[in-house]
Design a protein. Structure first.
Ligand SMILES: Nc1nc2c(c(=O)[nH]1)N[C@H]1C(S)=C(S)[C@@H](COP(=O)(O)OP(=O)(O)OC[C@H]3O[C@@H](n4cnc5c(N)ncnc54)[C@H](O)[C@@H]3O)O[C@H]1N2
Ligand code: MOO
Length: 389
């Protein structure tokens, strides 16, 4: 058995960044920027008013009077220039007229026909946004970067309409087992619903991959080979179940027949011990254990970093957070334990039930406490490593 960190190193060797593609700006949120993009204009492209009021030239004091000589609105600048004793009615976002140095907000003026008088409680201003105050032509948004809605707004303002992003990893997901039927079907008396494939598909799609749920493979080598054929073209193949040592655990042998180069089998972790990984043709392959919580925990711990690496992201393995324990944590055995836990005001608390079949517990949990192998147990109040879910 290898350690979690050794397994992660070997897995990341299987995951090279994918090709770059151009997508419309509208489709770029949640994608990974693959190359820096560059602002095509200054923002604002002119010195602009930040408020509704009057643009004036030079100093201003309560009681000063100005003649209003024109109007500047957003999209419609004033073509003349402003001199001493003159003002231009101006609105937020309008270009500052030539000669104007500040904006007096309209609340600080009283208007009488074509004249304004500055009131006693005159503010300081200047209420002007300098040309290029947000960004200048040539400023860049650096890659790699997971694009957020705010980044999309920024790129739009930079006048970037197509965005170079890393291609979405194509992830083929194969559930295996005679006992499985799809959600919505009528299970026989010895059957259960295939749940892991759906949870894993949601997980990889949330990370920016495309999931292909292939038909359930039955517990024969022939059925497994038929479904493996359908995984052709995938960047990453996830198998679920059939990974352990039972007579019907045929995933390893079927993959060996197919010529998989195995990188490792079995990791010193709980849940998730019978994890397997390797390369099958052009695809990376991760063989996940069948127990539902084991499959999902391995999804968070191993599959997510592989997807991020394929997307060309940096820091693909999340650093655990430090949080205090709200209750004592019992001693651990020889495998790194990922305990399903919840956050309370007093700290994190592991659920009493840690069996790797309990999806209801996983669904309630908001984090995993990561307890190292051989840990002697920790008292309440001690800070421990936690992975938020
Ligand atoms: N003698 C031993 N038995 C087991 C060991 C061991 O070391 N020695 N390891 C145990 C551990 S740990 C795990 S984890 C499981 C993993 O076994 P497999 O990967 O072979 O998984 P299966 O046997 O196929 O299934 C286990 C369990 O999960 C259910 N399952 C499978 N696929 C799905 C799915 N897509 N959706 C929902 N549930 C699924 C399956 O029905 C079984 O109940 O092995 C232990 N045994
Ligand atoms: O991965 Mo197995 O459940 O260690 O529970």
């Amino acid at each position: 058995m290898i350690t979690v960190s050794e397994a992660l190193d070997k897995l990341l060797e299987l995951a090279a960044p994918l090709a770059v593609e151009e997508v419309p700006l509208r489709a770029s949120s949640g994608r990974t920027l693959a190359r820096p993009v560059t602002a095509r204009r200054d923002q604002p492209p002119f010195s602009a008013s930040a408020m509704d009021g009057y643009a004036i030239a030079g100093g201003a004091a309560p009681g000063d009077r100005f003649e209003v000589i024109g109007e500047a609105a957003a999209g419609h600048g004033f073509s003349g220039s402003v001199g001493s004793g003159q003002a231009v009615r101006i609105f937020t976002g309008a270009p500052m007229p030539e000669g104007a140095t500040r904006v007096v907000i309209q609340e600080d003026t009283s208007r009488d026909g074509g004249t304004i008088t500055l009131t006693e409680d005159l503010g300081t201003g200047p209420h002007v946004r300098a040309l290029g105050a947000d960004f200048r032509i040539g400023d860049t948004l650096d890659a790699p970067r997971l694009l957020s809605p705010s980044d999309v707004a920024l790129m739009a303002a930079m006048n970037i309409d197509t965005v170079p992003v890393t291609r979405r990893p194509d992830v083929a997901i194969i559930a295996t087992g005679d006992e499985l039927v799809q959600p919505g079907e009528d299970p026989g008396p010895d059957q259960i619903i295939a749940s892991n494939s759906y949870g894993l598909a949601a997980l990889v799609e949330a990370l920016g991959a495309t999931a292909r749920l292939l038909p359930i493979a039955r517990d024969t080598k022939a059925s497994l080979q038929t479904v493996f054929d359908l995984a052709e073209g995938a960047d990453l193949i996830l198998t679920i179940g059939g990974a352990s040592v039972g007579d019907h655990d045929l995933v390893g042998p079927a993959l060996a027949d197919r010529g998989m180069e195995r990188a490792f089998y079995k990791v010193a972790m709980r849940p998730g011990k019978p994890l397997m990984a390797g390369r099958l043709g052009d695809a990376a392959l991760i063989g996940l254990p069948g127990n539902p919580v084991s499959a999902m925990v391995c999804g968070h711990v191993f599959v997510a970093p592989v997807i991020r690496a394929m997307l060309g992201q940096k820091d693909v393995v999340p650093m655990p957070e430090q949080r205090p324990l709200a209750a004592d944590l019992p001693a651990n055995g020889p495998r790194q334990h990922y305990l399903r836990a919840r956050t309370t005001a007093a700290g994190v608390i592991a659920y009493d039930k840690q069996d790797s079949s309990l999806l209801s517990v996983l669904s309630e949990a908001d984090c995993l406490i990561v307890q190292p192998p051989g840990d002697p147990g920790q008292p309440a109040g001690r800070y421990v490593d936690v992975l938020p879910l």
